[in-house]
Design a protein around this ligand. Structure first.
Ligand SMILES: [Zn+2]
Length: 217
């Protein structure tokens, strides 16, 4: 399969976003360890606020950086749905199987009115996954879907999901700055240290969620 087909583009469909067709499939920069994989535009119209952020990232100084700027647009299936990665997100699974990343980042976007749903304390009860933490400029930090975390990554991998606020340029800029840090990060522990310094409260929650997920608390 060609990369542009993997990203959800079919040659028969032409519309205003086709200018991206050759640029949004899997792109791999650099070589060697650590291997990082960033994915954006995972479903629905989320590509509008996230795809360009990945398209602007420059190669890392060390190691490998793999990017999927647009996984799939159009329909919306939640990544908490077990079918997501088998169907819409298949290009993510293929990249994970090929590259074995130790750092995996998803970039999502959300509407301001859904903030409470994502970051409210009752999210764990409602959905079985922990609430997101608010970082800065409306950017939220959370875990990736358990469907992909447990089956495709070793325990020591760093797997995070960021939510950018739709239509908020400061939010996009801040998310881009987090990815700049992550693209040079060498390990999970190095990033956790960074987070502890810059965002102690959110770091504490991320560590607690991680331990809960692996049954350590
Ligand atoms: Zn999403």
């Amino acid at each position: 399969m060609k990369a542009d087909e993997k990203a959800g583009f079919s040659p028969n469909k032409h519309n205003c976003t086709d200018k991206y067709a050759n640029e949004t499939g899997l792109k791999v920069y650099g070589h060697g360890k650590p291997v990082r994989l960033f994915a954006a535009g995972l479903h629905g119209d989320e590509w509008r606020d996230t795809t360009e952020i990945l398209m602007k990232i420059e190669p890392p100084e060390k190691g490998t950086l793999a990017l999927i700027p647009l996984v799939k647009r159009g329909e919306y299936t939640s990544t908490l749905d077990p079918a997501y990665y088998q169907v819409m997100g298949l290009s993510i699974l293929e990249a994970i199987e090929d590259l074995n990343p130790e750092i995996y980042i998803e970039l999502h976007s959300y509407s301001r009115e859904n903030l409470e749903k994502l970051a409210g304390r009752d999210r764990l009860e409602r959905t079985g996954v922990p609430a997101y933490s608010v970082l800065k400029a409306g950017v939220l930090l959370g875990s990736v879907s358990p469907w992909i975390r447990r089956k495709y990554f070793p325990k020591e991998a760093l797997c995070l999901s960021f939510e950018v606020q739709k239509g908020n340029s400061r939010s996009r800029e801040f998310a881009a700055s987090m990815l700049e840090v992550l693209k040079e990060t060498e390990s999970r522990d190095e990033f956790v240290e960074y987070l502890r310094k810059e965002f102690p409260e959110q770091a504490r929650k991320a560590i607690e969620d991680y331990r809960r997920f692996y049954g350590e608390i």
